[in-house]
Structures are given as structure tokens and as C-alpha cells.
Design a protein around this ligand. Structure first.
Ligand code: OSB
Ligand code: MG
Length: 369
């Protein structure tokens, strides 16, 4: 196939309520999409970067700049030799920028699979037709507010609760949720690197709550620190930010730093690398689950295909459209009995709704061969 053009679309999508983590509080989710035009048809993908370099070093304006100046010219140069599988090797010389690369690879993979009439789930070797859905619950202003939100999500049917934590919002909220909602609730926490090696005793106090896991407690570069923590506490240590490739995943597992892995395709450079991380983890007996970046339906559809792979044995942050959005940009994904259906159509299996793109788009720009 051949890449003819890519449209980069920036959208500002309002959230139903502010989403607060240890690194930011967001009311309007700023989104970038790649819309690929090839000789065999079009494809869509969502870039996982945030507007600021707060979760990773990547950010929207930077991701778009590297796509325009370095990544896209190389993909145009491939001419008729372009395949989704050829993209990572072609762009290997460019260090980092995995979220930018993932957006381009996924949009072209979507076009390739649509043309072949194959779903992304089939391409990845996924086996499930629906996946259990967890929900990520932001840091709140009070325990009362947190209790209301958790009660609401459980009433909707979410099968697992993840609480965002940070110093000062950890032991008490976890204790409250455990006491109010019972010992059977699947409960985990995510610190987004907010702690340090000096906080191990504090984190050990969470052992009494029988959590499924603690996600990325300390600095993403301190993989050895996570191994030391994993030795020190009972709660399984799960890595998110640290795992940017299958090589790092292999090393983190061998070091004992990753007892569980959160796979986010955007963070690791796409779905092909995600599958490698899945395979490395399964071979080592490490459970994986699918993380999220507040994706609209375009990103969520592809994540659901990944989450349906056999090694994804823990519920993901693959929540329904209504978790974050009053209006999604695709047909909404709905929660049924705590699960979401995996799209079965060709490619990512869903299309954006043009009128809704128009409503939320702040800029649309074409990059041509
Ligand atoms: O660390 O998993 C994270 C959202 C933005 C950036 C990082 C993270 C998150 C979430 C929410 O926890 C995941 C989602 O519901 O999409
Ligand atoms: Mg996380």
C-alpha cells in the first residue's frame, strides 16, 4: 500500500467531571487524531499524548511536529512498499516519540485491515468477544465525594475500581473504599510516580487492604527501586510509565520490578509492540491488563481489541464512553453486565461521526506526500 496524506485533527472534548491525578487535573480533554489516506482506503487513530508533557515526555504540539518534520516524510518515501509492519523498522532511527509513532502506525494499520476486511482483534490473535471493564477514579476533594463516585460506578456495573493516589490521598481513601464496599471488591491503586524510595513504609501500610496491585508508585526511571519495593511489600507492583518497549518489559520482569504490567499501546509505540509485550509477559507468567489515556471511541475501539487477547487476565481501564464523555465522537461504547463488546468490523471497527468532529475540532491540517 501507499500513504498519500495524513490529516492531523486536534479536538477539545469536555469531560463530565474533572479528572485529577497526581500530575494534573483535566476538565477538557485535548485530543489529537491521525487520519491516514492510503491508496487502499482510510484509517483512524488517536494519539495518546496529553497537551502537556506530564504523563510522558511527549505532548501534542511536539508529537505533531515530529510527525510532520521527520516521521511522515519517511513513510511517504516508502512509496508502494508501505505496510503497517514496515513502519516501526523504518522509524527506528528516530529516538523515542512512541506516541507519535503509535498514532501513525495505528491509522495505517486500520486502513490496511479495513482493506483486508479483517478486524484488529483478529489481527492481534484476540480470543474474547467482550472484555470486563474497570474504572479509574480520580483524586477527589473529600472522602464523601469519593464514596459517591465509587458507589455510582459500581451501580453501573464496573467490575474493578482503581483509585488514583498521591501523598496525602492514599491510606484513608483506600481504607474507606475497602470498608464501605467490602472485601470482595476488586480494588487497585495508581500513583503515577508520586512516591519515592523514602516512602516504602507508607506504601507497605496499604498491604492490609488486599489490593490487586499498586501501579507505578515511583519514578519511571527507577526500575530497580520498583524491584526493591516489590520485595518489601505484599501488594503486587505493576508498572505503567516505565514500560515503553518489549525489551524494557523483559528486563523489568527479570529484575522482579514488574509483577503485573499495564500495556498502553500509545506509550509503547503501537499495537504491534503491545503484542510483543503481551507475549513476553505471558511467557514469563506475568499478568497484563490494558490501560487507557481517556481515549475517545477511536482510541477505545483499538484498546478493546488488544484487551481481548488471552494474556489480558485482569480487567482494564477500558471503561464505557459515558465514563468521561457526555458525547463521544463515535457510536458510544456501553457497559453491559460489567463488560464491553470488542468491535468486530474491519480495522478498529468503528468510525468517527463527522458532525461531532466538527463540533469539537479546534484545528484540522493536511500533510501530503
Ligand atoms: O496512569 O493509567 C494512567 C489517564 C491519563 C494518563 C494516565 C493514566 C490515566 C488513567 C485513566 O488512569 C485511564 C482511562 O480511563 O483511560
Ligand atoms: Mg497508570
Amino acid at each position: 500500500m501507499k500513504l498519500e496524506a495524513v490529516e492531523l485533527i486536534r479536538l477539545n472534548v469536555p469531560l463530565k467531571s474533572a479528572f485529577r491525578t497526581s500530575f494534573s487535573s483535566v476538565n477538557v480533554h485535548e485530543v489529537v487524531w491521525a487520519h491516514a489516506i492510503t491508496d487502499v482506503g482510510e484509517g483512524w487513530a488517536e494519539c495518546g499524548a496529553n497537551d502537556r508533557p506530564d504523563y510522558s515526555s511527549e505532548y501534542h504540539t511536539g508529537a505533531m511536529a515530529v510527525m510532520k518534520q521527520f516521521l511522515l516524510p519517511d513513510l511517504f518515501k516508502l512509496g508502494n512498499d508501505l505496510t503497517a509492519e514496515s513502519i516501526a523498522p523504518t522509524l527506528f532511527w528516530a529516538k523515542g516519540h512512541r506516541m507519535a509513532k503509535a498514532a501513525l502506525e495505528t491509522s495505517i494499520l486500520d486502513a490496511q485491515l479495513r482493506a483486508a476486511n479483517t478486524s484488529l482483534a483478529t489481527y492481534l490473535g484476540s480470543t474474547k468477544t467482550r472484555v470486563p471493564s474497570g474504572v479509574s477514579v480520580g483524586i477527589m476533594n473529600s472522602l464523601e465525594e469519593l464514596e459517591q463516585f465509587v458507589a455510582g460506578y459500581l451501580a453501573e456495573g464496573y467490575v474493578r475500581i482503581k483509585l488514583k493516589i498521591e501523598p496525602g490521598w492514599d491510606y484513608e481513601p483506600v481504607k474507606m473504599v475497602r470498608e464501605k464496599f467490602g472485601d470482595d471488591l476488586l480494588l487497585q491503586v495508581d500513583a503515577n510516580t508520586a512516591y519515592t524510595r523514602d516512602d516504602f513504609d507508607l506504601l507497605k501500610r496499604l498491604d492490609e487492604f488486599n489490593l490487586l496491585l499498586i501501579e507505578q508508585p515511583i519514578n519511571e526511571e527507577d526500575v530497580l527501586g520498583h524491584a526493591k519495593l516489590a520485595d518489601y511489600i505484599e501488594t503486587p507492583v505493576c508498572l505503567d510509565e516505565s514500560i515503553i518497549s518489549a525489551d524494557i518489559a523483559r528486563d523489568a520482569i527479570e529484575l522482579g520490578a514488574a509483577e503485573i504490567i499495564n500495556i498502553k499501546p500509545s506509550r509503547v509505540g503501537g499495537y504491534i509492540e503491545s503484542k510483543k509485550i503481551h507475549d513476553v509477559s505471558v511467557a514469563a507468567g506475568i499478568p497484563v491488563w490494558c490501560g487507557g489515556m481517556l481515549e475517545t471511541g477511536i482510541g477505545r475501539a483499538a484498546n478493546l481489541a488488544l484487551a481481548a487477547m488471552p494474556g489480558f487476565t485482569l480487567p482494564g481501564d477500558t471503561s464505557a464512553s459515558s465514563r468521561y464523555f457526555e458525547t463521544d465522537l463515535t457510536e458510544p461504547f456501553v457497559l453491559v453486565d460489567g463488560h464491553i463488546d470488542v468491535p468486530t468490523g474491519p480495522g478498529i471497527g468503528i468510525d468517527p461521526i463527522p458532525e461531532i468532529i466538527e463540533r469539537f475540532a479546534v484545528s484540522r491540517e493536511w500533510v501530503r506526500a
